[in-house]
Write a protein that binds this ligand. Sequence first.
Ligand code: TRP
Length: 442
Amino acid sequence: MNAPDNERGIWSSKLGFIMAGAGSAVGLGNIWRFPTIAGQNGGAAFVFVYLLSVILICLAVMIAELALGRHAQRNPVGVYKTLAPGTAWKYLGILGVLTGWGIASFYSVVAGWTLGYVFKTAAGAFINLGPDEIATVFSDFTTNPVLSIGCHAIFMGLTMLILYGGVKGGIERWSKILMPLLLVILVLLVVRSVTLPGAGKGLAFYLKPNWSALTGKSVVAAMGQALFSLSLGMGTMITYGSYLSRKDNLISSAGWVASLDTGIAILAGFAIMPAIFAFDLDPAAGAGLIFVVLPNMFNKIFLGNLFGTGFFVLLSVAAVTSLISIVEVPAAYFIDEWKMSRKKAVTIAGGGAFLAGIPAALSGNFLDWMNVIFGQYSLIIGSLGVAIFVGWQWGASKANAEIMQGNPKFSASTAYAFAIRFMAPVSITALLICLILFPDAF
Ligand code: TRP
């Protein structure tokens, strides 16, 4: 089961994988969605439930995806074709490839807005505008088809340029540059935010565990957000795992990616919450939080334009390293299964996602709808499928044997078998049922 041809790649080191994996996981989900959902669901109480879902459920799924990918050295469809030939499992892989297109399409639209806002903020487009005018700038921008499709095209184009460089020369190289940059900008923003007069109210809102705001819906939101944030359920981690060496330790690699992702999400809350409360803004403002509420705040602080530009650069950087990992899934599928060159595969994968994103660039309702189908249901079904496949079809003992390569002293095989056979499938099924019952939970 070797790489099918020289168009596949491999990470240069464990650090290379950790940077690329964290680059995938850390995205718009961390900096935009996490602080908002945490704020609405009881602050630290939510963070506690979120941590439990990462540790008890998501880590097991992430290790399962990495083990599958590294074992078969294939894209998601190829993995199921190799490990369960002639069965319907390959459709789970096909669902992953389609989900890759689905998520990439709207993710690139929102990422395009963040890129547009880098230039708007840098050019001082919000200076001297009142709150209503700032809201109008956002709606004019997103409903202008030329701007909205143009920014989506530029963002997808940048993503494709990185992907043309390949696994080592493109994905890994850029992740190693952009992830440290992201951390530096984020830390600067946190420092600015927590030193604003009145920041204490926001810190209390974010940090004080308000257990009464934690409802059944919050638990659903925490689990769904954790799956999305860790890039699980569509085969991103299968694909990135397929570029891992057998010498690398899967458990510690997964641990690093999950810790960086969670740490950066929590840190993002420290950048956003104090700022919102210092200016009496609404923490539950959704998409408007980033594109309307925050520009109001940047208007009011010293060097606000600079910090505002930095903030949108941060979001764009986080988004591009995530989008490459989403588009890489269909690209790897074309390289492995259709024997295409990387160039052709990336062109079709990225070009297809661009076309699929045009309706979302034209209509916010359509964008929301794509998010529900692909960003929620598909990922939950995909994660459930991975857990069942690894736990029951391929078998926990084979997964454990794969984990032991690069980690011969691994001693938690019974615990892992329990997590992937029972804990993950049962909780993800419960999540799916709850989401059907409370469709607007997250
Ligand atoms: N995790 C990224 C974020 O938080 C988005 C992402 C990248 C993703 N790859 C994925 C989500 C695969 C689901 C599946 O923004």
